[in-house]
Write a protein that binds this ligand. Structure first.
Ligand SMILES: Cc1cc2nc3c(=O)[nH]c(=O)nc-3n(C[C@H](O)[C@H](O)[C@H](O)COP(=O)(O)OP(=O)(O)OC[C@H]3O[C@@H](n4cnc5c(N)ncnc54)[C@H](O)[C@@H]3O)c2cc1C
Length: 413
């Protein structure tokens, strides 16, 4: 057991989770070195939709989600894509995931996440106030539906979420085509207020710069192949054969987390749920973010254009980008949007969401008192990144886990 606060810490993974943790460790007095097998933000933290929408953070395994799973097995263009040939790991994940698709388990997961979601916005405000050069843009999310029944069903869900303590307010809009880039096919719209978005790539770069400015080191193109610990220190072995030593190691390797953490008792399993995004030019900027719940596609204002994102593809994180999936996203919303120059489609990107079967992230100590993990934030790693970093840094530096992390023990079964 470590008895005093670690002075030096190696953080593996320079995504939003690893960098937020590194920043907060510095804040609490530690010397940090961040290692990434590629470059800063090369993983899921780059091309995602950038929503900072705590009010909408809900578990992925919801009652009835099996319908999407079945569709995903037979329809190659469905929002959820599952390979026809299941490997044993994916099968195990899907069985555990489906076990969580009950109303009772969904509620339990939502309740466990709420202490984090309630702190999420404050987590961004704190970083920005302390000099991380990034912008959090408050903006509504405009939801578009082609039928009254779909809009009504979603509104009922939002009302239920609010009743359960989610911080959100919403209104149905009388003229959906005025609020966003909605085509006339969108007959019903709902506006969710009180949410925000960031440019996620710019945010991780700013966070990395701040970590450097405060004396931290970030080593890119440095893949870690193993983690060890002993009575006095922890160490990582790199692909180049170098051993790097510190008082503690924190693993924040996103969808790749199981590779290094499994041996340390992290057995829950993290499945890569890949999503695609691309950028298009638009005739005008929408008043906020866009969401087509039936198609499960989102849009976010991005550098004067619009970033469109969607799909969940249960594939290995290193599988090459499949342009068919990006085109499926485009085709799903093409008839629902107006003022979009589809010929300008560019920056096609794929990133692996780190998805846990129980919908809870893994944040805390592994079986080693010197090795910690933070990952498995699934659809919500941006929203929950800064607050996860703050709470885990507190645990690493004080030796006791804050109450908010009670349900996220990485060694849970
Ligand atoms: C299309 C899409 C849209 C999304 N939209 C949103 C959204 O609007 N809001 C939201 O909150 N979330 C969203 N997400 C989810 C969010 O992007 C992720 O939850 C989050 O980025 C995960 O961050 P991370 O730091 O854990 O992982 P990553 O960003 O993947 O970082 C992990 C890092 O670890 C490095 N690494 C891996 N293995 C090693 C190794 N062995 N040695 C060294 N380095 C290693 C990788 O190179 C990578 O840089 C979206 C995701 C997708 C795909």
């Amino acid at each position: 057991m470590t008895t005093s606060a670690p002075e030096s810490i190696l953080v593996v993974g320079a995504g939003i989770i690893g960098l937020s943790l590194a920043w907060h460790l510095q804040e609490q007095g530690a010397r940090v070195t961040v290692l990434d097998r590629g470059i800063v933000g090369q993983g899921a933290s780059w091309g995602n939709a950038g929503w900072v929408s705590p009010g909408l953070v809900t578990p992925l395994a919801e009652p009835g989600a099996w319908r999407h799973a079945l569709k995903g097995l037979v329809d190659r263009d469905a929002p959820l894509s599952i390979p026809a040939r299941l490997d044993p790991k994916l099968l195990r994940f899907l069985l555990r995931f489906s076990h969580n698709m009950t109303a009772a388990r969904w509620l339990k997961t939502l309740t466990a996440l709420q202490p984090l979601t309630h702190l999420a916005e404050q987590g961004f405000a704190e970083l920005i106030a302390a000099g991380v050069h990034a912008t959090l843009t408050p903006a509504p999310i405009n939801l578009g539906f082609t039928s009254a029944s779909a809009a009504q069903a979603y509104t009922t869900e939002l009302a239920h979420l609010r009743h359960l303590g989610q911080d959100l307010s919403f209104t149905t809009t009388s003229d959906p085509n005025d609020t966003a880039l909605f085509a006339p096919a969108i007959m019903h719209a709902v506006r969710v207020d009180g949410q925000s978005y960031i440019d996620p790539g710019a945010f991780v770069l700013a966070l990395a710069q701040s970590v450097r400015d405060r004396g931290g080191q970030i080593v890119e193109n440095c893949a870690v192949t193993d983690v060890q610990d002993d009575a006095v220190s922890a160490s990582v072995l790199t692909a180049a054969g170098e051993t790097m030593r510190a008082d503690a190691v924190a693993l924040a390797t996103g969808a790749w987390l199981p590779r290094l953490s499994r041996r340390l008792g992290v057995k829950v399993g993290v499945q890569s749920g890949r999503g695609y995004s691309f950028t298009v030019d638009t005739a005008r900027q929408p008043t906020g973010a866009l969401y087509f719940p039936t198609q499960r596609v989102v849009g976010t204002p991005y550098r004067g254009a619009l970033r469109i994102a969607g799909t969940m593809e249960f594939q290995h994180p290193d599988t090459p980008l499949n342009s068919r999936r990006a085109n499926s996203v485009r085709n799903a919303v093409h008839p629902l949007m107006t003022g979009v120059d589809w010929s300008s489609m560019r920056d096609v990107w794929v990133g692996a969401r780190p998805v846990t079967p129980d919908g809870l992230p893994l944040i805390g100590r592994t079986h080693s008192s010197r090795v910690f993990a933070s990952g498995g934030h699934g659809m919500w790693g941006v929203v929950l990144g800064p607050v996860s970093g703050r709470l885990l840094a507190q645990q690493i530096m004080t030796g006791s886990a804050p109450d908010e992390l009670t349900h996220f023990d990485p060694t849970r079964r």
